[in-house]
Design a protein around this ligand. Structure first.
Ligand SMILES: NC(=O)c1ccc[n+]([C@@H]2O[C@H](COP(=O)([O-])OP(=O)(O)OC[C@H]3O[C@@H](n4cnc5c(N)ncnc54)[C@H](O)[C@@H]3O)[C@@H](O)[C@H]2O)c1
Length: 325
């Protein structure tokens, strides 16, 4: 086995994936630009934990911007042991895409292209590239989302750049015979999570006695996916590359949409505090509901989500208490 490149390695899912790869003895080449979308100290702390858990020489880190065309080409040229890529680095977050749209095209379009170019120029050495997409590509929808549903009506620029990433990958697979898999993640949460996401913002506000903001009057439904389940899904896909050139698409979700108010009720029980609810209108770019049909992941890899929301939030809160008291 060769090395695995994990982009966005200092991010939430990237750090969990890298830890799992290191734990099974793989050599990991990490890439991240440690940007300040949220506190970079959290990203540094994730990397410190990863480094502490790695054998000497098992983990290498490149502090690099995905949109740095020359830097990316140099990385792919230098890291000749790479045979797999998991591309998780991206500008994430629906709401911030209304404030900083160009950050999204830089990371998710130019950056996506730099990764695809790197794979293309590897002349077949990189046998498989798994890249992150999102449930957001489905737009405003009802019922369960299936991989073959149309994804040409995004509700936010974030979603549009991710859908563009899938299309670009499709064209590269067709043009250059690449083997690619796009994974559409549904609201991933857990320890070492993301400070911009609702479960973190609510926990922080509730512990400080501040009100929590519930958009769409709290009538949102999300398919909350525990990070260990997401990582197990990535590994299952990585270990079963496509038989031939092309791009495969899979949903990675819990397949159990829950009311946001249910998440708040669970956090109240876990934290032992009553939330001060502030009901607000729907925010631009948001979708009212997500729900993953995961039968394709079950059929092709035997993968199924295993963590109920209450259990996963319990693990998040335990981690949170250990870190922030
Ligand atoms: N967490 C979720 O709920 C969720 C849901 C759907 C899709 N995703 C996707 O999964 C992937 C990982 O998400 P995450 O939750 O770990 O987010 P994250 O923000 O914690 O991780 C992304 C990492 O990418 C890095 N990055 C961003 N722009 C970069 C650039 N231009 N160059 C180099 N590094 C850059 C960031 O510094 C960060 O460490 C992303 O592609 C995201 O769009 C996540």
């Amino acid at each position: 086995m060769g090395d695995v490149l994990v982009t966005g390695v200092a991010g939430f899912i990237g750090a969990h994936l890298a830890a799992a790869l290191l734990a099974r003895g793989e050599r990991v080449i990490g890439l991240d630009n440690f940007n300040a979308y949220y506190d970079p100290r959290l990203k540094e702390a994730r990397i410190a934990a990863l480094t502490a858990g790695a054998r000497p020489g098992q983990f290498a880190l490149h502090r690099l911007d995905l949109a740095d065309q020359e830097g990316m080409a140099a990385l792919f040229a230098a890291e000749r042991g790479l045979d797999r890529v998991v591309h998780l680095g991206a500008q994430a977050g629906v709401r911030w895409s209304l404030e900083a749209p160009f950050a999204y095209t830089a990371a998710n379009v130019t950056g996506q292209l730099a990764v695809l170019e790197g794979v293309r120029r590897s002349e077949g050495r990189i046998a498989h590239c798994v890249h992150a997409s999102t449930s957001s590509v489905y737009g405003v929808r009802e019922g369960a989302f299936r991989e073959e549903d149309r994804v040409d009506r995004p509700a936010s620029l974030y979603a549009a750049t991710k859908a563009a990433g899938e299309l670009m990958a499709h064209s590269y697979a067709a043009l250059y015979g690449l083997r690619l898999t796009a994974l559409r993640f549904f609201t991933v949460y857990g320890p070492w999570g993301r400070p911009d996401m609702a479960y973190w913002l609510f926990t922080e506000a509730m512990c400080a006695g501040r009100p929590i903001r519930l958009f769409n009057q709290g009538r949102m439904r999300r398919d909350f996916t525990y990070v260990d389940d997401a990582v197990a899904g990535i590994l299952a896909v990585l270990d079963h590359p496509p038989a031939g050139p092309g791009q495969r698409l899979y949903n990675i979700g819990n397949s159990r949409p829950e009311e946001l108010l249910e998440m708040v009720a669970i956090l109240e029980r876990l934290l032992g505090v009553a939330a001060i609810r502030r009901l607000e209108p729907m925010q631009k770019g948001d979708v009212p509901a997500t729900w993953a049909d995961v039968s394709a992941m079950a059929r092709d890899f035997g993968w199924r989500p295993a963590t109920p929301l209450e259990e996963g939030l319990g693990r998040f809160v335990a981690w949170w208490r250990g870190r922030f008291g």
